[in-house]
Design a protein around this ligand. Sequence first.
Ligand SMILES: Cc1cc2nc3c(=O)[nH]c(=O)nc-3n(C[C@H](O)[C@H](O)[C@H](O)COP(=O)(O)OP(=O)(O)OC[C@H]3O[C@@H](n4cnc5c(N)ncnc54)[C@H](O)[C@@H]3O)c2cc1C
Length: 470
Amino acid sequence: MNNRRIIQPRGKVLGGSSSINGLLYIRGQHEDYDHWRQLGNAGWAFADVLPYFRRAEDQARGADDLHGVGGPLAVSDVCEPHPLCEAFIGAVQRAGSPRNDDFNGKTQEGAGYFQLTTKNGRRWSTAMGYLRQARSRPNLMVISDAMAERILFSGRRAIGIRYRKDDTARTAYADGEIIVAGGAFNSPQLLQLSGLGSANLLREFGVEVVADMPGVGADLQDHLQIRMQYRCTEPITMNDVINHWRHRYGAGLRYIMSRKGLLTIGAGYAGAFLRTRPELATPDVQIHFLIFSADTAGAALHDFPGFMASVCQLRPESRGFVRIRSSDASIPPVIQPRYLTAHGDCDTVVEGMKLMRRIMNQPEMRHYIAEEFAPGDNCVSDADLLAFARETATTVYHPTSTCRMGSDPAAVVDERLRVRGVERLRVIDASIMPTLISGNTNAAAVMIGEKGSDMVLQDAAAAARVAISA
Ligand SMILES: Cc1cc2nc3c(=O)[nH]c(=O)nc-3n(C[C@H](O)[C@H](O)[C@H](O)COP(=O)(O)OP(=O)(O)OC[C@H]3O[C@@H](n4cnc5c(N)ncnc54)[C@H](O)[C@@H]3O)c2cc1C
């Protein structure tokens, strides 16, 4: 990646990254979970996890075999079709893939509009969906603005944590289990700070080794996106709304009055899941189609009509790592995703960009494209396209697998999410995914939380039964 530093934001807030994410509700492919099962993780095939997706969901379209209603996580449609999105969907169809009105339905393949984790035009984070309704429970205490620094052990049994609040170190002890849910960067960091990790790494920073576990922080996987940008022939993009005060205020007013319009959209308006090679069984790339353009994520929108579409390889083979670089918990860990280090990833990214060009060359899209200004006409060969990816690609913010579930020696948690080799400690978050799923990761992280909570309750009930019979 040409030695670039790539921003890796996380939601340091109640609700975690679901409070800052792009809202897209995508579960991944059924085959992702069947693959987890195939890797030896009993209880994690698609048929096993589907009830948890359904239990979590409050689907605005209603319930069916694959979708649930009444759950804590609100899922709804983006309110209005947009001519550019319609053109994109039409172009994908003409290029040979179907229209798909439910990426979380029977098959993922095709183009359509994304559903969002929103309700009445408002973000529906896990803090809104889960925590808010649990806040008044007498057995729940939330301590915010606090940083967990160490898990405390008695031998190999986790007994408490040390945390810092208001510059004061405090401890909390557990009668039952301790559950780590710091996400794919912070969960491995906390385990390493607590003596669970590669013994060599821990000794380098003076951390006492509880268990030599080189798998902690290994296997970092993430989605990389390559943004292709277009100057639009008509002033119908978000750039045109944001850059003109009258349109901007109109959009703001509309949102305030009706919770509708452009201010309700997420990190993608429409999108597609496609196969770069016909011989593949399922899609290997995702396209996020956005009706605005900007030089980088978070930068000001261009002062001309523009839109962009990004290519994201769904199942990268490149593996990175997260490693502490200090025994001080306030020092962020090293995050090294090692994007595009596997040859197969480079090939897929290049094929994905060529596929995007084929789609944008269909009459539906040609009508709206004055110019592809990034990567642009000078970027022609496969080598050019790969060079563009290395120079400009960024994360889609989907890190996983740094406390990977599995039964092999490098796995960090077992199929019940218990940290291997120690007692009374689980990890329940996106870091346990054995492999990155084929899509945006929030829905799967919530499913892991639902399933993990059942396991905690089941194991506590089983332990109580054993205690009574003894
Ligand atoms: C900018 C962005 C956009 C995204 N867009 C989408 C999207 O559109 N759709 C989608 O499906 N996914 C998206 N994602 C990814 C998705 O939100 C995450 O995969 C998901 O939230 C991960 O959940 P998690 O529980 O594993 O970790 P997180 O949600 O990151 O939660 C970790 C929590 O632990 C806390 N924490 C960490 N360390 C400590 C510590 N030492 N002490 C105390 N607290 C700690 C953090 O403050 C945070 O609250 C996006 C993510 C980002 C950052």
